[in-house]
Ligand binder design. Structure first.
Ligand SMILES: NC(=O)c1ccc[n+]([C@@H]2O[C@H](COP(=O)([O-])OP(=O)(O)OC[C@H]3O[C@@H](n4cnc5c(N)ncnc54)[C@H](OP(=O)(O)O)[C@@H]3O)[C@@H](O)[C@H]2O)c1
Length: 225
């Protein structure tokens, strides 16, 4: 699948003040066009971050770009399949071309890695309780999330002292397209909204916390209220 790179009309916009928890931060969010990725991108924008937004289909991604620009963020869109190594290279190159660096990487759809050269950064891998609970029929998903949790611990050890922190976040059940497809009998009204699960992502991006941890977003959401 070809990747493409585009900026908003007139290129990257420069419009915002500097008092948020993520002012001056460049965040790359994969799977940013809907669900949790969109909610995290919007939360980051409100806290002052600028964004690289990644997903496969351009139209919904461009809508999110418009939304984050509306709250003052600079944002670029990269349409890419994160399962394709060539696309991943293109995402990294596009991010560095647009902003020169990436401070925070949210692997909401999958994985990447352009931060070591800067000697600082926060990688946030999105996990699931399916990585620790044996849900029948969810073998590949559960094994991939368990592997992601363990890979995160290994990366944290390998990156100890580098300035780059790596953590996983289990967002918990949320009313998203993915959840509706996986569990169509669940009532969305009884589920959390992705917007309610973004606080831990903001804190990790802002530099809070150690490296190599597996965090549950619901605990941070509860602590907020
Ligand atoms: N929803 C829940 O209840 C729940 C619970 C536990 C964990 N999680 C985790 O939370 C994360 C987000 O889930 P969600 O519910 O927000 O999902 P979602 O609503 O289905 O959104 C998925 C996002 O990822 C993009 N995407 C999917 N495959 C991609 C690929 N190969 N390359 C690039 N982008 C891709 C989609 O856009 P395109 O289709 O245009 O690419 C979309 O932006 C996932 O890691 C999931 O495992 C969710």
């Amino acid at each position: 699948m070809p990747a493409s790179f585009s900026c908003g009309d007139g290129g990257v916009e420069m419009t915002r003040g500097s008092d948020g928890r993520l002012a001056g931060t460049i965040a790359l969010v994969t799977g940013a066009s809907r669900g949790l990725g969109r909610a995290v991108a919007l939360a980051y924008a409100r806290e002052g971050a600028d964004l690289v937004l990644v997903a496969r289909r351009p139209e919904p991604l461009e809508q999110v770009r418009d939304e984050v620009q509306a709250v003052g963020a600079r944002a670029v869109v990269v349409t890419a399949d994160v399962g394709d190594p060539d696309d991943v290279e293109r995402v990294a190159a596009a991010a560095l071309t647009a902003f020169d660096r990436v401070d925070v990487l949210v692997n909401n759809a999958s994985e990447l890695g352009p931060m070591l050269a800067a000697g600082r950064g926060s990688v946030i891998n999105v996990s699931s309780d399916a990585g620790v609970v044996g849900y029948p029929g969810w073998g590949a998903y559960g094994v991939s999330k368990a592997g992601l949790d363990q890979m995160t611990r290994i990366w944290a050890s390998e990156l100890d002292g580098s300035g780059v922190r790596v953590n996983t976040v289990d967002p918990g059940d949320m009313a998203t397209e993915m959840h509706a497809a996986a569990l169509p009998d669940d009532d969305p009204a009884g589920l959390a909204r992705p917007e309610d699960r973004t606080e831990v992502f903001v804190r990790l991006a802002a530099g809070d916390g150690d490296s190599g941890e597996r965090l549950e977003a619901a605990q941070f959401a509860a602590a907020q209220t």
